[in-house]
Design a protein around this ligand. Structure first.
Ligand SMILES: NC(=O)c1ccc[n+]([C@@H]2O[C@H](COP(=O)([O-])OP(=O)(O)OC[C@H]3O[C@@H](n4cnc5c(N)ncnc54)[C@H](OP(=O)(O)O)[C@@H]3O)[C@@H](O)[C@H]2O)c1
Length: 323
């Protein structure tokens, strides 16, 4: 099979798709014929040796995929050959086939394309967990989303609106803000040209109730200070580069909560909650209440083009590879 095999850490553009042996089926696993794979920032960091997870060489990159089950390992009874699934094993997905633990396979709606499914699990499940399980949302509250047209950001906009929140999207261009409006944002702030804190105050009066922050860096402090009394700040990630360091007095002054979100580490601690969330998300998709946005699809061989789009902040929603 063809796969992006990583034999050393190097700049992503120097890696190659090569012919390699397909992985062997194992007890409790299924073999998936991959149709599409979602591209995420950690994939880029991992092949460059900059991610906290450093698999032993050689490894196949690619955290998540969607496709058809073509083989079922011993002991697996709830899945069958021919079933369409999405999975997020963390590695092994930039390939024509992957062998993954059966318990992480999520059956996908017949209506959902492989491209949509390939980038669905991580971004929707992260935002759903953050908003549903970690935010103490009350309908009518205001949610500020940073990096709002990015992978997780756009799902926070869409799910926030669905949960009855007043959504303010913050992003770096008008084109991105237009996409956010199309996904339900009530207001848009171009945080490159405008003063983030002042604009949130202008829109809300007293400030936002919740901030969803996958960007960090220089936007974190104005975003935290734009919250009102009792506000909740959701730390999602640091796509902007720097991990922000903020003074504790901001939390004291307005009784703010800063809440870390680590979706991947929450799953093994609450597998039932995760499966419930996935079923609810698939239900929302079935009912047409959420619409995964695929910003672009590239052939597996052209993985570097997809990664370049991510690095250059050109992706609005998800970029995927097709096999
Ligand atoms: N905590 C969790 O459980 C969890 C789960 C999934 C992902 N994450 C993290 O969340 C972060 C975002 O993931 P994502 O999939 O949404 O990524 P993404 O699709 O690349 O979006 C990130 C957004 O960040 C903004 N950004 C600002 N400065 C940037 C820079 N220097 N380089 C790239 N983007 C920059 C961009 O929006 P503008 O151009 O509008 O500024 C971009 O749309 C990552 O750090 C990821 O590891 C965390």
């Amino acid at each position: 099979m063809k796969a992006l095999v990583c034999t050393e850490f190097a700049p992503f553009s120097s890696h190659k798709v090569i012919e390699t042996e397909a992985p062997k089926i194992k007890k409790g696993h299924v073999r998936i014929a991959i149709k599409a794979a979602g591209v995420n920032f950690p994939d880029i960091l991992m092949v460059q040796g900059q991610y906290q997870v450093k698999p032993p060489f050689p490894f196949i990159a690619g955290a998540e995929c969607a496709g058809d089950i073509i083989e079922v390992g011993e002991g697996v009874s709830h899945l069958k050959v021919g079933q369409r699934v999405a999975a997020l094993p963390g590695v092994g997905c930039f390939a024509e086939e992957a062998v993954v633990p059966a318990e992480i396979c999520v059956p996908i709606s017949d209506k959902m394309s492989y491209e949509e499914a390939a980038g669905f699990v991580m971004v929707y499940a992260t935002s759903y967990h953050a908003l549903k399980d970690r935010s103490d949302i009350k309908p009518g509250e205001t949610l500020l989303v940073l990096g709002a047209a990015g992978g997780v950001g756009l799902t926070a906009v869409e799910l926030g609106k669905h949960m009855g929140l007043n959504v303010i999207a913050a992003a770096s261009s008008q084109a991105k803000l237009d996409v956010c409006k199309d996904y339900g944002a009530d207001h848009g702030i171009n945080y490159v040209d405008e003063d983030l804190k002042a604009r949130v105050r202008e829109i809300t009066g007293k400030g936002a109730d919740i901030c969803y922050d996958p960007v960090g860096d220089k936007f974190a402090e104005p975003a935290l200070r734009s919250l009102k009394w009792g506000g909740r700040y959701l730390v999602i990630g640091f796509a902007g580069g720097d991990i922000p360091k903020v003074a504790f007095n901001w939390m004291l002054l307005k009784e703010l909560d800063v809440r870390g979100i680590h979706w991947g580490a929450w799953i093994p601690r609450n597998p039932k909650g995760h499966m419930e969330n996935m079923a609810e998300l698939m239900g929302l998709y079935e009912q047409g209440k959420i619409r995964p946005r695929v910003s672009g699809a590239h052939k597996l061989e052209n993985f570097a083009d997809a990664m370049t789009e991510l690095v250059e902040r050109k992706v609005m929603g998800k970029v995927v590879l097709t096999m």
